[in-house]
Design a protein around this ligand. Structure first.
Ligand SMILES: [Zn+2]
Length: 60
């Protein structure tokens, strides 16, 4: 839950910065379909994928 909140806050910060819709890591534009599915997403598909691989979510 806390991670989700931090992500939302980051997305809102990007709105302020004017970089919303661009990847937080590589700066590439995030696909509109991806933003629609995940409005608080701040990473492009490739970066989100590599981040997921680097830090796998904890098991319940
Ligand atoms: Zn990226």
């Amino acid at each position: 839950m806390e991670e989700g909140l931090a992500r939302t806050e980051r997305a809102l910060a990007k709105l302020d910065e004017g970089t919303y819709g661009c990847c937080d890591t590589c700066g590439a534009p995030i696909a509109p379909a991806r933003l629609q599915a995940m409005p608080d997403g701040v990473l492009c598909l490739a970066c989100a994928d590599s981040q997921r691989r680097a830090a796998p979510p904890r098991r319940r």
